[in-house]
Design a protein around this ligand. Sequence first.
Ligand code: SAH
Ligand code: SF4
Length: 411
Amino acid sequence: MFRLPGLHEGEKCSMLGPAVTSHNSQLIRLDTNSPAEGSRRLLFGLDAVSLTARMVEEGEPAWRGRQLAEAIYRQRFTSLEEITTLPKQLRQRLAAEGWEVGRPRIVQVFQSVDGTERYLVQGQTEDRQTVETVWMPEGDDGETGDGSDLDTAEGTGKSWSRATICVSSQVGCAVNCQFCLTAKLGLQRNLSAGEIAGQVVAVFDRHGVEVGRDRVNLVFMGMGEPFLNYDNFMAAVRLLVEEVGLSPQRMTVSTSGIVPGIERFAEEPAEARPKLAISLNAPNDVVRSEIMPINRKWPIEAVVDAVRQVRLRTRERITFEYVLLGGVTDRPEHAAEVARLVRRTGLPAKVNLIAWNPGPGIAYTMPQPEAVEAFRRALAAEGVPVYLRRPRGRDIYAACGQLKRTVEDSA
Ligand code: SAH
Ligand code: SF4
């Protein structure tokens, strides 16, 4: 079948300019909390061990499981018919038993003038609920944050030399940070491991990413709080590392400071876990409790104590994300306080500044560019490594904290 490069069956491509007007046609029901699999029998989301067990149950040799894993995670086949390494009879038998690949699909694409793309990805439920994933060619400087990742696309035949994918972990979020659009959705449901890893594989497919050659960073900073969906989130990381072949050192997970989640994370083997980012966002507990009510449960010191339990790899640093809210968290005295706070933790750390991205119904203001620059300089002068995150895809509501827009518009 002929396919337009990067476009898959049933996928629409929306070329949207700076003024996004309508996001029509996406029927989304937000009234379900059902488990991802429903009545379907899905292969995508199972690791090689489970796929092997499946094959053995079918009376097949164990190595068929590895073949199947290879086909869905490396060759990225999305239907059983395509997996010609398996005998036809076996494929037909699996299909007759109700098995399908069931990889999440990109169902809508929004393209920004800056090259960023935002996707609505249909998960594995039958309720047509979508999640959002963002592709940022050349990243947003929030990964290594120090420009060390810069490279050229020369000789690769690609328009990008490195890219960052921002991945969602839940539909909506229960944490209720006052400045975040996703919070307005409340928590709709957790994503399964297959739905989290599937966002990455679907985007890889769209952009022809070659694992092992292309430089792609993953940030688990889309919709949702990964540490409130811990098991599925870490199972997705394992799928991405073991089956897809990605390095966990190129992944960063961001948490609002869910202490029990950080404590579990600290138990993970260092070579198998992503890097850790903490959404600090305020210079002290008073301001933080105001803008992040979760701080009343787990204040800054409790979060930092938990972070101290994480054994860091050589040269690894903890990232503190800091959203600058005009007049609320962006004043010079705040910068001095943040510098003291970060130094007091004794952790090898860096600060990632993010100018607040506005959204409807949220009564904060964007920081003045001069305030952002002064804040950055003040931290640098105190010897704190600090990087400014470039806003990406603002015109398509793809920037940090804006991942809610279409869900609301199309419901
Ligand atoms: N729930 C996790 C990860 C997703 S949010 C967390 O909170 O860490 C990813 C980052 O976006 C967080 O650092 C958050 O503070 C930031 N963010 C949320 N809303 C934002 C907005 N409107 N503008 C800029 N950054 C925002
Ligand atoms: Fe949830 Fe993160 Fe948004 Fe807070 S900032 S509401 S934790 S997605």
